[in-house]
Design a protein around this ligand. Sequence first.
Ligand code: FE
Length: 190
Amino acid sequence: MSERSPQSIRAEALEALLIEKGFLKAEDVDDVIARYSERVGPLNGAQVVARAWTDKRFRDDLLRDGSAAVSPYQFEGGQVEKLVVVANTPAIHNVVVCTLCSCYPWALLGLPPKWYKDPEYRSRIVREPRKVISEMGFEVAAGKSIKVWDSSAEIRYLVLPEPPENLLQYDENELPGLVSRDGMIGVAER
Ligand code: FE
């Protein structure tokens, strides 16, 4: 039963104190959690990726200045003031980490998964990315090099996965369904 991290205990104590002192309402906290897990979620990012697959000009804009390219969507959630999108290619696979803490593009991906915040992922993905990605269920092709991008308070990275080979067989509104949160972090193919 000792699953809980010191951070989660501290967060709960802080929440209880703020509620007790009247600075915060429990409903506000629930609302924030619901916003990121239900209304934001990785679907925003998946829409952006799907559009980049089919709209060359948007793809170019996205890779040049991620924040500017996604700003017309007005995604709620923040954390993308300086968004850098890195594209997977036949030669390069990209993967994202925050070695310091857990910086993450919330507006595009929703809440970060628990493993993204674990010290194990944060240290090992830098040293042995191919092995860590393989353990998570995806084998990066042997001929590809892997680039690891370290997020920070200023810069949030998003991986643009490669489109499926049979891209044109899909209806445009089916495409976001092919894109996963893990693909946009870089620990899955797409
Ligand atoms: Fe961080």
